[in-house]
Design a protein around this ligand. Structure first.
Ligand code: ADP
Ligand code: ZN
Length: 677
C-alpha cells in the first residue's frame, strides 16, 4: 500500500515540477528577449570628466543627460561619433541614440561648476537635461509580480486538488480507494497470517463462505449481512482481518480511510462515497474496507444548524443511502473498523447496514504466543526462544506492538552484529516498546495488576456464588479500551426478569469495589462504571419497574422520550423517597457481596493470584476453586415446565432502557458485566 502511494506521489511531484520548470523557463526567455529587442547595437563606454572636458572644448557634445543625479549620459555629435569609432578604445560605441559615453558624477552642483568652467574656457555651450529614471529590470519584474503570484497560486491549487482527488482538479469527487486485486498474490493475506482472534474469525467466516459460494445462500433465500463493524483498539489487526477475508474469498479488496471523505470542499465527501460504491459495484463480488469510520460515522448532532458539521452529515447520509441502495445479493460487503463504536451514529448499526459487530480485543497470553509465532517466522532466531515466555512479558501489547517488538529485536541484533536474534534482543526490544507505550497504552505495574485482579476476582466470585446471576464465562485483567479488566458472563435468555435476579446482579456489580475494600483497604476510581450501572439499575427498579414496596406499583418511565429533564412527574416528597429506596437497594447489594467475599476470603485471593499469573481465567478454573457454580446448581434443580406461573407480559413490553442496563452490550453474545475503568 505504502509503495503504491509513494509512486503516485512521485509521479505527481514530477508532473508539477516539469510544469514549474516550463513556467520559469518561459519567463526567462521573455525577459531576455525583451532586453535584447530594446537594446541598440553597440555599447556605451564608461569614461571620466577629463575626457568629457576635452570633448566640450572641441564642441563634440550634443547633449548631456543627468540621470538620477548621479550618472551622466553623453550624446556626441554625429561627426564626433564618426571620429571616435576610428579609435580602438571607442570602436563599439553606438552609432546613434542618446548615449555614447557615460560617467559618474559626484554631485550635480560640482558637475555644473566644472561644466561652466569648461564652457567658459572653450566658449561652447552644452545642453544639459535632468532625468529621474527607475531601473528597467525592477520595473519589468514589478509589473510581472502580480501575474507570477496569480499563476503560482493557480499551480498550487491544481496540485493540492490533485492530491485530494487523484488526476486533476475535476476529480476531487473521486474516491481514492486502494485496490488489491485477486491477481495480486504477493500481498494476499489469509487467515493463516492472522494469529488468535478465533471468535472474530469464526464470525467472519460466514462472509467468506458467502463470497465464495453465493449461489448456495441465494437459493435458500438467505440474507447475508451487508456490512460488519470491526471494533477494537488500534493495532489489533482489524485491517488485517478484513484483508484476510478478501484473501480467503479471493475477491478484490477496496480499502479507504474514513478521513479520506473529509475535505474542505462542500459536497466532496458525499460524491466520494457515491464513487466508492460505484467502483465497488463494478468489481463485485468484493470487499470494501473503511478504516476509521468514526471520522464520518459520528452520531449526528441534534441541532444540526449550529454544529457546523453539515458536510459530515451529508457524507454519512450518502453512506447510509448507498448501503440501503444495493441489494443484499449484489456481492458488495462493507467492512468498517473503529475503536470507538460508542460514538457511532445508531443509524449505521441498523439492520441492513452494519448489523454485525465483531469485537477485536487486545490479545491474551495464548493469542500473543501465536502472534509471536507468526511474526518470528521470517526472522532468524537463536534456538530455544520460547514464544510462551515472550507472550508472558508482553501483557497489554497489541498485535501491532508485537510485530514491532519482533522487528525491533532484529534491528538490535543487527546492531550488535549477531548471526541470530537472541532472547536478550527480544527483552531489550520489549523494554523499549514499553517505555514508549506507557503513555498511549495501559501497561500495568505489578501492584496495579494485583489490584485489578482483586477487583475482578470479587466480581467473579460473587457472581459465581449467587444462583440468580448469569453464568461467568471468563475473567480477565487484560486492559481493553478504557477498562483495566473484565468479568464476562453469558446473559441468559430470560423473558421474565425477577427483582431477585436484579438484586443479585447488583451484588455482582458492586463486588469489585467491595473486594478492593476487603483485601486492599483502599478503593480506586476503577469502579466508576460498576457504580454507575448499579445506580442505574437500582433507580430503574424503584422508579420504572415498581419493585420497591415503599413507592409501590408506580412507573415513572417515559417511553415516548418526550419529557424534558427539568419537569419531574413526581413530587419532592416522592423524589426523596426514591432516593432513599435506591440507597437501600444498593446498601443491601453491597452487604450481600461483602458477606459472600468475607466467608470465601481465601478462595477469592486464590482466584486473584491465578489471574495475575494467567491474565485470563476460564470457568473451569473458577470451578476448581469454588466448586460448582450456584447458577448450575439452580439449573439442575429446576424443572423447566413449572417456571412460568404468572401471566405477565414478557420483556417485549418492558422499557428498553432499563433492560439494556440489565443485560448490557446486547449485540454481542457474550456481554461484559463488570468493567473496571
Ligand atoms: P488495526 O487495523 O486494528 O489498527 P492492523 O490490522 O493495521 O491493525 O494491524 C497492524 C499490524 O499488526 C499488522 O500488519 C500485523 O503485522 C500486526 N498484527 C495485529 N494483529 C495481529 C494478529 N492477530 N496476528 C498477526 N499479526 C497481527
Ligand atoms: Zn468492576
Amino acid at each position: 500500500m505504502a509503495k503504491q502511494n509513494r509512486k503516485n506521489n512521485r509521479q505527481m511531484m514530477q508532473r508539477s515540477a516539469s510544469l514549474m520548470g516550463m513556467f520559469w523557463g518561459g519567463l526567462l526567455i521573455f525577459i531576455i528577449g525583451w532586453g535584447m529587442l530594446s537594446d541598440n547595437k553597440g555599447e556605451p563606454v564608461e569614461t571620466d570628466w577629463s575626457v568629457i572636458e576635452q570633448m566640450v572644448a572641441n564642441g563634440e557634445i550634443e547633449q548631456i543627460n543627468i540621470v538620477n543625479k548621479e550618472k551622466a549620459e553623453v550624446e556626441l555629435t554625429e561627426e564626433a561619433i564618426e571620429k571616435y569609432r576610428q579609435q580602438p578604445e571607442y570602436k563599439n560605441i553606438p552609432e546613434s541614440g542618446p548615449i555614447q559615453l557615460y560617467f559618474t558624477i559626484g554631485s550635480v552642483d560640482a558637475f555644473r561648476e566644472d561644466l561652466a568652467t569648461a564652457e567658459g574656457e572653450a566658449e561652447q555651450r552644452v545642453v544639459v537635461k535632468y532625468e529621474k529614471r527607475e531601473d528597467r529590470w525592477l520595473n519589468i519584474i514589478g509589473g510581472l509580480l502580480p501575474w507570477i503570484l496569480i499563476i503560482g497560486f493557480w499551480v498550487f491549487m491544481m496540485r493540492s486538488a490533485r492530491g485530494g482527488g487523484g488526476g486533476n482538479v475535476m476529480n476531487v469527487g473521486k474516491a481514492r480507494a486502494q485496490v488489491y486485486d485477486k491477481e495480486n498474490h504477493e500481498n494476499r493475506v489469509t487467515f493463516k497470517d492472522v494469529a488468535g482472534m478465533e471468535e472474530a474469525k469464526q464470525e467472519i467466516m460466514e462472509i467468506v463462505d458467502f463470497l465464495r459460494n453465493p449461489q448456495k445462500y441465494r437459493e435458500l433465500g438467505g440474507k447475508i449481512p451487508k456490512g460488519a463493524l470491526l471494533v477494537g483498539p488500534p493495532g489489533t489487526g482489524k485491517t488485517m482481518l478484513a484483508k484476510a477475508v478478501a484473501g480467503e474469498a479471493n475477491v478484490p479488496f477496496l480499502s479507504i480511510s474514513g478521513s479520506d471523505f473529509v475535505e474542505m470542499f462542500v459536497g466532496v465527501g458525499a460524491s466520494r462515497v457515491r464513487d466508492l460504491f460505484q467502483q465497488a459495484k463494478e468489481k463485485a463480488p468484493c470487499i470494501v474496507f473503511i478504516d476509521e469510520i468514526d471520522a464520518i460515522g459520528r452520531a449526528r448532532g441534534k441541532n444540526a444548524g449550529f454544529s457546523g458539521n453539515d458536510e459530515r452529515e451529508n457524507t454519512l447520509n450518502q453512506m447510509l443511502t448507498e448501503m440501503d441502495g444495493f441489494a443484499t445479493n449484489s456481492g458488495v460487503i462493507v467492512l468498517a473498523a473503529t475503536n470507538r463504536a460508542d460514538i457511532l451514529d445508531k443509524a449505521l448499526m441498523r439492520a441492513g447496514r452494519f448489523d454485525r459487530q465483531i469485537d477485536v480485543g487486545l490479545p491474551d497470553v495464548k493469542e500473543r504466543e501465536a502472534i509471536f509465532g507468526v511474526h518470528t517466522r521470517k526472522l532468524r532466531c537463536a534456538e530455544g526462544i520460547s514464544h510462551e515466555f515472550l507472550a508472558k512479558q508482553t501483557a497489554g501489547f497489541s498485535g501491532a506492538d508485537i510485530a514491532n517488538v519482533c522487528n525491533e529485536a532484529a534491528l538490535i541484533a543487527a546492531r550488535h552484529n549477531k548471526k541470530h536474534i537472541t532472547k536478550e534482543d527480544f527483552l531489550a526490544a520489549i523494554d523499549r516498546i514499553v517505555g514508549g507505550l506507557e503513555k498511549k497504552n495501559t501497561v500495568m505495574t505489578a501492584k496495579e495488576r494485583y489490584a485489578t485482579a482483586i477487583h475482578e476476582a470479587g466480581h467473579a466470585a460473587v457472581m459465581w456464588l449467587l444462583p440468580e446471576s448469569d453464568p461467568v464465562v471468563k475473567v480477565t485483567i487484560i486492559p481493553r479500551g478504557k477498562s483495566l479488566g473484565a468479568t464476562w458472563y453469558l446473559p441468559e435468555e430470560r423473558t421474565h426478569i425477577t427483582s431477585g435476579n436484579l438484586r443479585q446482579r447488583m451484588s455482582g456489580m458492586v463486588a469489585g469495589r467491595v473486594a478492593e475494600q476487603t483485601f486492599l483497604g483502599t478503593i480506586g476510581t476503577g469502579a466508576l462504571n460498576d457504580l454507575e450501572r448499579t445506580s442505574n439499575m437500582a433507580y430503574a427498579m424503584v422508579a420504572y419497574y415498581g419493585m420497591s414496596e415503599k413507592i409501590g406499583n408506580v412507573s415513572y418511565y417515559d417511553s415516548t422520550g418526550q419529557r424534558d429533564a427539568f419537569t419531574k412527574p413526581f413530587s419532592e416528597q416522592t423524589a426523596r423517597e426514591i432516593d432513599e429506596e435506591v440507597r437501600r437497594l444498593i446498601d443491601e447489594a453491597t452487604d450481600e457481596a461483602r458477606t459472600l467475599i468475607e466467608t470465601n476470603r481465601e478462595k477469592v485471593e486464590q482466584l486473584a493470584k491465578l489471574l495475575v499469573e494467567r491474565e485470563t481465567v476460564f470457568a473451569e478454573d473458577i470451578e476448581k476453586i469454588f466448586g460448582r457454580s450456584a447458577h448450575d446448581e439452580r439449573k439442575a434443580a429446576e424443572t423447566p415446565a413449572t417456571e412460568q406461573t404468572d401471566t405477565t407480559e414478557p420483556s417485549e413490553g418492558a422499557p428498553a432502557e432499563p433492560a439494556a442496563v440489565a443485560t448490557d452490550e446486547p449485540q454481542s453474545e457474550v456481554a461484559e458485566v463488570a468493567a473496571t475503568e
